[in-house]
Design a protein around this ligand. Structure first.
Ligand SMILES: Cc1cc2nc3c(=O)[nH]c(=O)nc-3n(C[C@H](O)[C@H](O)[C@H](O)COP(=O)(O)O)c2cc1C
Length: 272
C-alpha cells in the first residue's frame, strides 16, 4: 500500500476549478465509496452530492465548480470527530482520484445548501466541499485567501506534539526514533478551519493521546468546528499508521495528565 503521508503531502485546498462537469463514472465511484465509509465512533454521516446549477449553489471563495458534496450529521457526543474523520476519508479519496476539494464551513450560503440537502429537523450541515477538475492557475482571490491564513505553513513539531506531558515537546528527530514521525507529520499537514491546527498529541508508551486546543469563535453551541478538525487529524494519523501496516485502536480514556489552558482531551490511539 502506498504511504498515506505521500498522498496527504500533495493535498491542498482547491478553490479554483476548471469549469467542467465531473465525469458520471467518477461521481458514481465516489458515491459508492461514500456509502462504505465508517468511522471509529460508529456514528452515521450522510453525504449529499449536489449539482450546482440545478440547485443554484455557489460560494464567494470558489470559481468554476459544478458539483458539491454536503455532509450532514445529527449533533451529539463525538459527532464532530466522527464527522471530520468520515468527510476527510471521502475528500482524500477524491484527491487520490485527481479531483480538487476544499472544506467549507464558513464561506457559503448555508440555507441554500441545507435546503438542497433536504436537511431534517434532527440534522445539521457544518460543512460542504466543491469537487471537480483543478484549474491550471489559481484565481486572484484564492491566492489572497491562502496568504491570509498562511495556508502553506504549519506549526513546528514541538508546538504540536509532546512526550508524556505537555512540558516535554517532541522533536521530529525524537518522533522518528519512536517510529511515529510519519504518522504525526500526516497530522501536521492536515487541513483545519482557518489553518488554526488545533490538534495536540501527547505520546506516552504505546498511546497517542489527542487533544483540542480551543480558539475562540469555533463552537456555535450546536457543534464545534475545531472538534471536526480533530476528527480530520485522527483520520490522518490512523491512515498513515495503517499504510505502514501497523494495527491500532481508538479509545476514549482520558489519561488525566496536566493540561495547559483551553486544552481538552478528545481520544487516544492504542498502537499495537
Ligand atoms: C472544518 C474546516 C472548515 C473550513 N472552512 C473554510 C471556509 O469556510 N472557507 C474557506 O475558504 N476555507 C475553509 N477551510 C479550508 C482551510 O482554510 C484550509 O484547510 C487551511 O487554510 C489550510 O490550507 P490547505 O488546506 O491548503 O493546506 C476549512 C477547513 C476546515 C478543515
Amino acid at each position: 500500500m502506498a504511504e498515506f503521508l505521500e498522498l496527504a503531502k500533495t493535498r491542498r485546498s482547491v478553490r479554483t476549478f476548471d469549469g467542467n462537469n465531473v465525469d458520471e463514472k467518477i461521481v458514481a465511484e465516489l458515491k459508492s465509496f461514500a456509502e462504505g465509509i465508517e468511522n471509529p465512533y460508529g456514528i452515521n454521516i450522510r453525504f449529499e452530492f449536489l449539482d450546482g446549477e440545478a440547485n443554484k449553489l455557489s460560494s464567494p471563495v470558489l470559481t468554476g465548480e459544478k458539483l458539491y458534496i454536503a455532509a450532514l450529521m445529527e449533533p451529539g457526543t463525538h459527532a464532530e470527530e466522527a464527522y471530520g474523520y468520515s468527510f476527510e476519508a471521502l475528500l482524500m479519496k477524491a484527491h487520490e482520484m485527481g479531483l480538487g476539494t476544499v472544506w467549507i464551513g464558513g464561506t457559503l450560503p448555508r440555507e441554500k445548501f441545507e435546503k438542497a440537502s433536504d436537511l431534517s429537523d434532527k440534522e445539521v450541515m457544518p460543512c460542504m466541499s466543491p469537487i471537480g477538475g483543478i484549474a491550471k492557475s489559481m484565481s486572484l482571490k484564492e491566492g489572497l485567501m491562502r496568504k491570509g491564513v498562511k495556508a502553506d505553513k504549519r506549526l513546528d513539531f514541538e508546538e504540536l506534539f509532546y512526550l508524556d506531558s505537555f512540558d516535554n515537546p517532541l522533536s521530529e528527530q525524537k518522533a522518528d526514533g519512536l517510529d511515529l514521525r510519519k504518522a504525526l507529520e500526516a497530522v501536521r499537514v492536515a487541513p483545519s478551519a482557518v489553518n488554526k491546527q488545533p490538534w495536540r498529541v501527547v505520546i506516552s508508551d504505546n498511546m497517542a493521546h489527542f487533544y483540542e486546543k480551543h480558539d475562540r469563535g469555533y463552537d456555535n453551541g450546536t457543534y464545534d468546528l475545531q472538534k471536526i478538525d480533530l476528527g480530520i487529524a485522527l483520520f490522518h494519523f490512523e491512515s498513515q499508521m495503517k499504510s505502514e501496516g501497523r494495527a491500532l485502536e481508538l479509545v476514549v480514556e482520558d489519561p488525566k495528565i496536566n493540561l495547559p489552558k483551553d486544552v481538552e482531551y478528545i481520544a487516544s490511539y492504542r498502537c499495537k
